[in-house]
Ligand binder design. Structure first.
Ligand code: GRF
Length: 186
């Protein structure tokens, strides 16, 4: 399994702590996820995203990520807060075996600001969604979902942390049962 991350790596840490066998962690920038992976002796590959502008070569970047994952014999990809949207080629390259966790109850509030958008909208309940990735962002068959209450005094940070505490349990459990199903089918 290959895991993609860009952030603090707390979801990555939970996946590793759950004993899921990760053969490589790929990051698109320098981030705390690197130290988390190194602490667990998991190889880290940095495919650095050098542009966030309109000149960003998304297909080229995706090819590089796929190539790196291939070098580590990855068959299943798990996204854990990877902040670069990959081209459709990534999902195709792994025959759709790409999982993602998103901090909202999809299909509500997709995108990079799911927590902020839910808070701004004023919903009283949000949550997290584990789903199979498709070429469309934050779309695809839902594998697991859990609701999380929004409190009156929540900030984006406090709400995101409450959601992440659920993701850290739900994501590893869902990855495990997905892998079991794959093994059963294979
Ligand atoms: C999670 O909320 C995940 O759903 C989102 O990014 C966050 C990653 O958290 N896509 P962390 O960097 O692992 O703490």
């Amino acid at each position: 399994m290959g895991l993609l991350a860009s952030g603090t790596g707390s979801i990555l840490g939970a996946v590793l702590d759950a004993g899921v066998d990760v053969s490589v962690v790929v990051v698109d920038r320098k981030c705390a996820a690197i130290e988390r992976a190194e602490a667990a002796a998991v190889p880290v590959e940095i495919v650095e995203r050098t542009s966030f502008g309109s000149d960003f070569d998304r297909d080229g970047f995706t090819d590089e990520v796929v190539e790196v994952l291939g070098r580590h014999d990855v068959e299943v990809v798990v996204m854990a807060g990877f902040m670069t949207v990959l081209s459709a080629g990534a999902v195709d390259a792994f025959d759709g075996r790409v999982l993602n966790t998103h901090p909202s109850l999809l299909p509500s509030f997709p995108g990079a600001h799911g927590v902020r958008d839910a808070l701004d909208y004023g919903v009283k309940v949000t949550g997290c969604t584990v789903h199979l990735a498709t070429p469309d962002v934050d779309a695809g068959p839902i594998l697991a979902q859990q609701a999380v209450p929004v409190l009156d005094d929540d900030t984006v940070e406090s709400l995101h942390e409450r959601i992440k505490s659920v993701e850290r349990r739900l994501y590893p459990a869902t990855i495990r049962s997905y892998l079991e199903q794959l093994e059963g089918a294979g």
